[in-house]
Ligand binder design. Structure first.
Ligand code: AMP
Length: 466
């Protein structure tokens, strides 16, 4: 990497499609403007002292406000179309995918102070929440509502339907749980159904439910795939106030007559865009069809594509919309790319990044379950403390990997998009996209796992630079 003058990352890209040319990288790189870029082949150590400008390459680059990039290219149109063929290792076969402008993977985190300027107009005590909930909030050390809580809770307490345009990391779980717990506390005939795309997200919601409803004698049942159904059936038979589940298992249990959706007068659909991406649209429609007409409906999604808007009009009545810009969840994240010129070197490049001192807790994404398995095996063989989660693993294996990661028994977790959906692990230092995500929305979801709260995070995306 050449030493470069200070530069803002985005204005320096050459307008070129990735990976339109396998030609010289230098042809992509402006020589006059002094942008930096990372050449993985010449500089085997991505962050290391060889990176050109200093003995502390990456840190210095950052402090100078620079960014490495893939040939500093910003496609003016089209951008990067996912290849349906490509190489076996770095670019698995895909039949679809969005055109992602590769410059979107390069962004310096903004000044964290800005985040503090978001105006919060309420304290928790301003909301008409019952005393036990306020106590539980204190116990959980929640002092100030997050923007989505600030904007949504009063409307939800009034019984309004809601569209929450927000990602994981915004505090949306408490935004819907607190008013609903309050509602059930005041009227025990209320029953709440919460549907989430993945087991992990459903489990996280249940954990938060228990914390917020501590000592309130409210019960929940979790209904997710990959876990023994008998316990779930047992919990359902206790007529819980809250049922939290994934669409497939819920539908299965309802077909077996074990859960009756007509009894739920409150529904929360969480991460709807992801549920639709995962092909759960029929299950959702089927479940919603059985709900009573007179109900409160809450709908959370990071994005609002047309197919979701259709669903919204069918499910919600006169909803209010609260939008928390998805950028807010990634503004603390330094985003950069790692150019892979030689597929054989890709794993070496990854290992070097993982050996850096600042790679404290790393979540690595790859597309397929087989790739997740293979990479995890290779990392463990290399001596890294790594484990994996993906859809083919049993729930207890996934949970064990997650717990080890949360407790720092391991510091590397390799995952598919689906398995890592909505994971709430606060101190992830790096998200590494070992393969480029299918869509930019997936990318945002992935990198939103780091840079939580007021912490800085790093996101690195491996791109094929051949
Ligand atoms: P969520 O978007 O619901 O997954 O929440 C993201 C993280 O923020 C979780 O670890 C929550 O426990 C945490 N959180 C949510 N609301 C608050 C709050 N008002 N104060 C402090 N932490 C919060």
């Amino acid at each position: 990497m050449q030493k470069t003058a200070n530069t803002t990352f985005q204005s320096r890209f050459i307008k070129k499609k990735y990976p339109a040319s396998a030609g010289s990288r230098n042809s992509n790189r402006p020589s006059s403007d002094g942008s930096s870029s990372f050449d993985s082949r010449k500089k085997p150590s991505y962050f290391g002292g060889n990176s050109g400008s200093s003995s502390d390459g990456r840190g210095d680059r950052r402090s100078q406000g620079q960014s490495s990039s893939y040939g500093n290219s910003r496609p003016s149109s089209g951008g990067f179309r996912r290849s349906s063929g490509g190489g076996r290792n770095s670019r698995p076969k895909r039949s679809f995918g969005e055109s992602i402008d590769i410059s979107k993977f390069v962004k310096k985190s903004s000044d964290i102070q800005q985040k503090e300027l978001t105006e919060i107009t309420h304290k928790f005590s301003d909301f008409a929440l019952c005393e036990p909930i306020l106590q539980n909030l204190k116990h959980k050390k929640y002092e100030t509502p997050t923007p989505i809580q600030d904007q949504a809770i009063n409307h939800l307490l009034e019984g309004r339907d809601l569209i929450g345009l927000a990602n994981t990391g915004t505090g949306k779980t408490a935004a819907f749980l607190l008013p609903l717990i309050n509602k059930v506390w005041n009227d025990k005939s209320q029953k709440v159904l919460i549907i989430a795309p993945t087991r992990e997200l459903a489990q996280q919601i249940e954990v938060e439910f228990r914390q917020f409803s501590w000592n309130m004698k409210l019960f929940s049942a979790i209904c997710v795939g990959g876990a023994p159904v008998f316990k779930q059936i047992g919990n359902l038979k206790r007529n819980p106030h809250f049922v939290i589940g994934t669409p497939g298992r819920l539908k299965d249990l309802s077909e077996r007559g074990l859960v009756d959706f007509t009894k739920f007068n409150n529904i929360v659909l969480d991460e709807v865009d992801r549920m639709l991406d995962m092909g759960f649209v029929d299950e959702i429609k089927e479940i919603v069809k059985q709900l009573p007409e007179d109900r409160q409906s809450l709908f959370f999604s990071a994005t609002m594509p047309i197919k979701i808007r259709d669903l919204v009009t069918k499910i919600l009545k006169d909803p209010i919309t609260v939008e928390i810009k998805s950028g807010q969840t990634t503004e603390n994240v330094d985003q950069d790319i790692v150019r892979v010129r030689d597929r054989e070197m890709k794993f070496t490049q990854l290992s070097e990044i993982l050996r850096q001192d600042d790679s404290k807790k790393v979540l690595i994404f790859i597309e397929t379950k087989a790739e997740v398995e293979k990479l995890t095996r290779n990392l463990v063989t290399e001596g890294f403390k790594a484990d994996s989660i993906h859809g083919d693993k049993k729930q207890h294996q996934r949970q064990r990997a997650l717990t080890s990661f949360k407790r720092d028994d391991i510091n590397i977790l390799v995952a598919t998009d689906v398995a890592a959906r909505g994971l709430d692990i606060n101190d992830i230092s790096h998200v590494i996209n070992y393969t480029v995500p299918q869509t930019y929305n997936d990318y945002i979801h992935r990198i939103g796992r780091t840079g939580r709260g007021m912490k800085k995070g790093s996101a690195l995306t491996f791109v094929d630079a051949r």
